[in-house]
Ligand binder design. Structure first.
Ligand code: F6R
Length: 613
């Protein structure tokens, strides 16, 4: 989603802004722009990639000035074009603004301003902020901002320049992320940490309804009553190289390969002397014992993790689990009881629908435990309890280590709750803990199949008809169906090859009519009680001409007589296989995207962090 950067210092602002925006590219965008202040505010913006904006700036010989703001836009109101790109200035040119989020009441505000003769240039909701600010402006920058905040509704992180204050950058936020980077004789604003990491590791997290007044040598934080606020300085504790590609062609491959270590951190830090320590959660043993129902709410891949989590939690705790898409949950009047638990899952911690679902649950007095990667994100801060996935920054739009660490935390929650509720026999608990600890090494061993999967991606594109190349089925039963959903999404989102995940038993109720000579069917069959049944489903599609790739446990060699190609995963509990079966499919999706010349890290139309509904 959109990215904001801002600079107040003594060095030229434009290079910082362009570089910072580049670090935020992973959020997804369709246009970009910067505004820099010297004798006046000069703005340059352009549709498309940041490189186009950079060329424009270079062609103009740079933009002078040491105070500035920049933005990458992901269109919500108005087409992605030069005019709708940010920054936006007021009609008089006194106020210039960058904005993330949505101003929900922009239409009545715009109509009011237009009735007073103010002329708008763009179709955006953001321009209303610049025009309104200018109209209300009385020489008091902060006072005017407070008035503006009182009039706008919706979500926003705003960076603001005013012609009368050549040394000041103003920021405010509500429901949209914003950090204040703290440098030496220069300070910054940004929507996310990678934008400032080359310059500083120290930053403040701005909370909702807080204002920051940023100058080269000072940062002042105020609430909406102008009271000073004190914030602790956070220090980024991951290495700067963690936010860069580290020798890989794409972040996605780097992040696939980081999964063993991410799992080691996520699991290893929580199992000590055969016991699970679930950080310092407030949820009591009493609450866990008397829990009525668990509602897991999430979007996209996090929802896929939830689908697997449902099987695992129900099996180990015997608590009924409902899984909801956050965008549905918030509008369907869910039945929530005080002894229920809501688990929200989000890599970014900023997904608007998940955040809204969390608020819905809390408004119904339901305890919310969130599984989040981004420390200090909105979802983390608004939850009763947070379990961090500790995956480190995930830059590629398609999640990989984000998903597998979410699964790991769900396994830990299921085990811990099951132990507290006495629903797991001691011997089984011991075995499961052992299997959990073995997962990182087992996942690592799957990288041995990388070449074979690369070849499979090549062969698939070289074989069959255009139709069969562009339609893949992934089938599984039980937990394998849950994991297939994620495998299918990986392929679709980065290679644009259409695929469907199907519960294998459901195929014959209609979808099998789509199987024809050469259709690729990936059969995931790791669940011991369901293995024979899945093999029968493989035979059904094989008989209709499918090319079958099977993903099974080590030792299940009999599948070689029915499948065209087989990939083996190491032995683990039936409950944990999704962590392993998804990896060959991540690699297959990656190499299919490479084969088709796709931009792996930044698939078209997608954003990393979806902060609008
Ligand atoms: C797919 C993907 C998305 C996210 C979804 C939720 O690869 O990354 O489907 O899983 O947008 O995002 P978070 O986890 O940040 O809430």
């Amino acid at each position: 989603m959109c990215g904001i950067v801002g600079y107040a210092g003594y060095q030229p602002a434009a290079p910082f802004l362009l570089e910072g925006l580049q670090k935020l590219e992973y959020r997804g965008y369709d246009s970009a722009g910067i505004a820099v202040f010297s004798d006046k505010v000069r703005t340059m913006k352009s549709q498309g990639r940041l490189a186009t904006l950079r060329e424009k700036v270079d062609a103009a010989g740079g933009i002078p000035g040491t105070l500035g703001i920049g933005h990458t836009r992901w269109a919500t109101h108005g087409a992605p074009n030069d005019i709708n790109s940010h920054p936006h200035s007021s009609m008089t040119g006194r106020i210039t603004v960058v904005h993330n989020g949505i101003i929900e009441n922009y239409i009545p505000l715009k109509e009011e301003l237009q009735a007073e003769g103010i002329v708008f240039r763009s179709e955006t909701d953001t321009e209303v902020v610049a025009q309104l600010f200018d109209k209300l402006y009385d020489g008091d920058l902060v006072g005017t901002l407070i008035q503006v905040v009182g009039k706008i509704r919706g979500s926003y992180a705003l960076g603001i320049l005013c012609k009368d204050y050549p040394d000041t950058l103003l920021a405010v936020r509500k429901d949209s992320p914003m950090i204040i980077g703290l440098g030496e004789h220069e300070n910054y604003i940004a929507s996310d940490i990678p934008a400032v990491l080359d310059h500083t590791r120290n930053y403040y997290l701005l909370n909702d309804n807080e204002i920051a007044i940023i100058k080269a040598d000072s940062v002042e934080l105020l609430d909406l009553d102008r009271n000073p606020i004190h914030h602790d300085v956070y220090t980024v504790d991951y290495d700067i190289s963690a936010a860069e590609k580290g020798g890989y062609d794409y972040f996605m491959m780097k992040e696939i390969k980081e999964q063993p270590n991410a799992l080691r951190t996520c699991i290893g830090s929580r199992i000590q002397n055969g016991k699970i320590q679930l950080d310092k959660i407030r949820l009591t043993e009493e609450q866990i014992k008397n829990m009525g129902r668990i509602h897991i709410v999430a979007c996209g891949s996090a929802w896929h993790a939830a689908m697997v989590g449902k099987y695992v939690i129900e099996e180990l705790t015997r608590i009924p689990v409902e899984v909801d898409l956050a965008s549905e949950f918030r509008y369907r009047r869910p039945i929530l009881k005080p002894n229920d638990l809501c688990i929200t899952i989000s890599q970014s911690g900023e997904t608007a629908d998940t955040l809204a679902a969390l608020r819905e649950a809390r408004a119904n007095n339901v305890h919310v435990l969130s599984i989040v990667n981004a420390v200090g994100s909105s979802i983390a801060r608004e939850s009763d309890d947070v379990l961090y996935t500790m995956a480190g920054p995930e830059i590629a739009v398609a999640t990989t280590k984000g998903y597998t660490t979410q699964l790991a935390v769900l396994y830990l929650v299921a085990l811990k709750f099951g132990m507290i509720r006495d629903t797991i026999p001691a011997k089984l608990a011991e075995k499961l803990l052992h299997d959990l600890e073995a997962l990182p090494d087992q996942l690592e061993s799957l990288f041995n199949d990388e070449e074979a999967l690369k070849q499979l991606a090549k062969d698939h594109q070289a074989r069959g008809t255009e139709k069969t190349r562009n339609n893949v089925f992934i089938i599984g039963r039980g937990i394998d169906y849950g994991a297939s959903l994620e495998s299918s999404l990986k392929l679709k989102e980065i290679s644009y090859v259409h695929s469907e995940a199907y519960a294998a038993g459901e195929l014959k109720h209609g979808t099998i009519s789509l199987i024809e000579e050469g259709t690729l069917v990936v059969a995931v069959a790791t669940q011991k009680p369901l293995y024979e049944k899945l093999i029968s489903n493989v035979k059904e599609v094989k008989a209709r001409g499918a090319y079958v790739v099977a993903i099974v446990r080590e030792g299940c060699t009999d599948v070689e007589s029915v499948a065209d190609q087989v990939f083996y995963i190491p032995n683990t509990s039936d409950l944990f296989t999704s962590t392993l079966t998804v990896v060959p499919m991540q690699l297959f999706a990656y190499y299919t995207a490479i084969e088709l010349g796709c931009d792996v890290d930044k698939p078209r139309n997608l954003a990393k962090s979806v902060t609008v509904e």
